[in-house]
Design a protein around this ligand. Structure first.
Ligand code: ADP
Length: 270
């Protein structure tokens, strides 16, 4: 089982409200159509982060304006889901949309309970579940944003996935945000200690993002890596890299080594 996370930055234009990258999604779909036994998780991109910011949905939900904003954000997320599932099915992927808010509860934005029975049943039938970052019910805040990254890690652990592929719009983790500094260098491998360090150091996205950009992603990756799951961060603008990653081949990107493989990679280098 592989969890494929399609980053909001890769499937939408994060700077413009509700702009979907149809061609990029179609290229991704053509690769995924050749594979089986995977779950698609995706970010909300501009369909989520922009209205979440506009209606102040990151704090406790208290006002009528926020409730209307909640509803408008949900409508926007549904639009993205329709587009995404339509492109996937057009490319022969039996994608099944799943609203994260129907299988998760959060507390201050952290998942505290989950029920993936529906997802398991879909997989058994041969469908490809497709789950996006979402506004979910929250014990303390009323509702809160749960990122696709957090959902990807939880699903990977729940379904004993061997790999999570985090696809985004840059080649992986860099020494600094590559969109702001052309001297940024790609970090091709990272062990657990390095991951912890970078989870504190990496920058946010330089666009509206309620879930912390690259820093948020690294933080969410930690529990999956500690569970022994292989994690790679790749650029989805290069579909051949997705193809290689799906086949378990070495690929340009950032590979995160769990403590066991970190040891064997080190001894293999000596
Ligand atoms: P996605 O929406 O695809 O999940 P994010 O927007 O959350 O991805 O995170 C990717 C973005 O993080 C990149 O587009 C980049 O601008 C930003 N970023 C900040 N710091 C770094 C870094 N050190 N390395 C790579 N990307 C970074």
């Amino acid at each position: 089982m592989i969890i494929v996370k399609l980053g909001g930055a890769a499937i939408t234009d994060k700077t413009r409200l509700s702009v979907i990258k149809r061609r990029a999604i179609a290229s991704i779909a053509r690769v995924l159509a050749k594979h089986r036994d995977y779950i698609i998780v995706h970010g909300a991109g501009s369909f989520g982060h922009i209205p979440v910011k506009k209606y102040n949905l990151t704090g406790p939900i208290k006002s009528k304006r926020q409730l209307i904003g909640y509803s408008k954000t949900k409508a926007s997320l549904l639009k993205l889901e329709i587009e995404l599932v339509s492109i996937l099915s057009k490319n022969q992927i039996p994608a099944a949309p799943v609203a994260a808010s129907t299988c998760l509860m959060a507390d201050h934005g952290r998942i505290v309970s989950q029920n993936f029975e529906t997802v398991a049943s879909m997989l058994k039938l041969g469908l490809v579940p497709c789950i996006g970052g979402d506004l979910v019910q929250d014990i303390s805040l009323g509702a809160s944003v749960v990122s696709g990254d957090q959902i990807a890690a939880n699903l990977a652990i729940a379904f004993h996935a061997h790999t999570i592929i985090f696809g985004t719009d840059v080649d992986g983790l860099f020494t600094v945000n590559p969109k702001l500094n052309h001297k940024a260098k790609l970090i091709s491998t990272l062990d657990l200690a390095g991951l912890k360090k970078w989870a504190e150091k990496a920058g946010p996205a330089n666009v509206p993002d309620a879930s912390g950009g690259m820093r948020g992603k690294l933080t969410e990756i930690l529990p999956a890596v500690m569970a022994g799951i292989k994690v790679v961060i790749i650029n989805l603008n290069a579909p051949s890299r997705l193809e290689a990653a799906m086949d378990g081949k070495t690929v340009k990107g950032t590979k995160i080594l769990d403590q066991f493989s970190a040891g064997s990679e080190r001894s293999a280098q000596h």
